[in-house]
Design a protein around this ligand. Structure first.
Ligand SMILES: [Zn+2]
Length: 104
């Protein structure tokens, strides 16, 4: 696992960010790995794929295989439960982090 500082603490925020992009449209794992890297989160496939899988198990995402250029790729899409989790997450982040930044 490529080390990410404070990984356990940040995983919930990363999951919310994944849902944020899933709302915009279907994505595949490698795309999300690049997107997270763009934000400064260098996560290995060994971290991101299990995360996507567990989010699917929890009902936040659904996936289907896509055949692209002779290779199978798994595309992920948000579910209704994922949408409501994102809405709840945004509300909590605003509330909790609003207070964090008040004293800054
Ligand atoms: Zn992003």
């Amino acid at each position: 696992m490529a080390g990410m500082k404070h990984q356990e603490l940040l995983k919930g925020l990363i999951r919310l960010h994944i849902l944020h992009h899933a709302v915009e449209g279907e994505f595949y794992g490698q795309w999300m790995i690049h997107e997270l890297a763009r934000h400064g989160y260098r996560l290995s496939p060994g971290t991101v794929y299990p995360m996507l899988h567990s989010m699917e198990q929890a009902g936040y995402l659904r996936s289907r295989p896509r055949f692209v250029a002779g290779k199978t790729r798994r595309n992920y899409a948000i579910t209704a439960k994922g949408r409501s989790a994102l809405a709840a997450g945004k509300e909590k982040v605003t509330e909790l982090f609003g207070e964090l930044f008040e004293d800054a």
